[in-house]
Design a protein around this ligand. Structure first.
Ligand code: NAD
Ligand code: UDP
Length: 339
């Protein structure tokens, strides 16, 4: 049994990771300030004696004794990371320093949830790990992109300077159950709109592409990476290389939900990447990992999750939305539950 700290553990990916690591017999400390999530995602874990929730901002130092750290705390949706860009950079950069200092002190392994945004609006496709990217340093996405780039720098400098056993995963668009209803990212937006027969909001002409990875595949990839020996640190791309345009994604979701929704065109956000597709040769070779769940199966699971959510008459009171818009006690963002 290992003691594992998951920062951002109440979020979309973090909550799946907590569940998977608990199921493997580990003890989990989930640290989160509920900035872009709610306790809903982890409410069925709160009674587990091997699970502890700490409400804390990673930008401030903390001391807990663990063997491994998954560093995920950071709003991932453009809607949320652009809400308070200075806070986003603090979360990523100061959060990375705090967690790396902790890992150094404890001689713990530490994995950083980096991102395909490292590549910005890429000029080559698919993107291999060797590509240095095409990033605007002062645009709307910069707090996130440059923050995550700086975090990668810190991770590799802690490796070189102090010998910390770091792992850096560059995560490509991931989706699935437990995305917040008001998360703002494309898959949850389109499913929620389609299920409510509302207009599907296509930003720009919808011909930009993304490659969507189902959450279960991502969790396997992250845990496999953490468990590689000290000789491999990354960075390594984790994602599903099946590329799709946003307009095709919308059509697929309308068909699957048998929705009466129609497409409406909205302004394209600043610096929205035109294409994104991971080269996962390295992940195949080093981790023997590749995604197993295609977009059809993954969307079916995700649609089912939201259908079940909306069928529950209590869902609106249960803070399934993020802390940003909720006022009920689940999401006040300042409670600490300790077992
Ligand atoms: P999410 O927004 O659902 O989860 C992030 C979690 O971090 C939330 O629970 C939030 O409350 C918490 N958080 C934010 N700021 C914090 C702070 N200062 N202190 C403590 N907790 C804080 O997003 P996600 O999709 O689960 O993403 C998790 C991680 O994976 C992020 O680091 C993100 O950058 C990375 N990532 C995700 C994707 C994706 O497609 N989901 C892609 C690339 C990278
Ligand atoms: N997008 C869209 N409608 C939405 C939300 C997003 O057309 O309601 C587009 C967005 O402009 C981008 C893509 O979908 O081109 C993926 O957006 P998301 O915010 O999910 O993630 P990103 O990869 O841009 O960080």
């Amino acid at each position: 049994m290992k003691r594992i700290l998951v920062t951002g553990g109440a979020g979309f990916i973090g909550s799946h990771l907590c569940r998977a690591l608990l199921a493997q017999g580990n003890r989990i400390i989930c640290l989160d300030n509920l900035y872009s999530s709610s306790l809903h995602n982890i409410e069925n874990l709160l009674g587990d004696p091997n699970f502890k929730f700490i409400n804390h901002d990673v930008a401030n130092p903390i001391y807990v004794e663990v063997d491994k750290i998954y560093s995920l705390a950071c709003p991932a949706s453009p809607l949320h990371y652009q809400r308070d860009p200075v806070q986003t950079t603090k979360t990523i950069v100061m959060g990375a320093i705090n967690m790396l200092d902790l890992a150094k002190k404890l001689d713990a392994d530490i994995l950083q949830a980096s991102t395909s945004e490292i590549y910005g609006d890429p000029t080559i496709s698919p993107q291999p790990e060797t590509y240095w990217g095409n990033v605007n340093p002062i645009g709307a996405r910069s707090c996130y992109d440059e923050g995550k780039r700086c975090a990668e720098t810190l991770f590799f400098d802690y490796l070189k300077q102090y010998g910390v056993n770091v792992k850096v995963a560059r995560i490509f668009n991931t989706y699935g159950p437990h995305m917040a209803v008001n998360d703002g990212r494309v898959v949850s937006n389109f499913i929620v709109q389609a299920l409510n027969n509302e207009s599907i909001t296509i930003y720009g002409n919808g011909l930009q592409t993304r490659s969507f990875c189902f959450i279960d595949d991502m969790i396997t990839g992250l845990i496999t990476l953490m468990e590689t020996g000290k000789e491999f640190n990354g960075p390594i791309n984790l994602g599903n290389p099946a590329e799709i345009t946003i307009v095709d994604l919308a059509t697929l979701i309308i068909n699957k939900t048998k929705s009466r929704s129609t497409l409406v065109s909205c302004p394209l956000p600043e610096d929205d990447p035109r294409q994104r597709k991971p080269n996962i040769k390295l992940a195949r070779e080093i981790l023997s990992w590749q995604p197993e769940i295609n977009i059809h199966k993954g969307l079916n699971h995700t649609i089912e999750y939201f259908q079940t959510l909306f069928a529950n008459p209590l869902w609106e009171n249960k803070n399934i939305q993020t802390g940003a818009t909720q006022t009920d006690p689940y999401s006040l963002g300042h409670q600490t539950i300790l077992h």
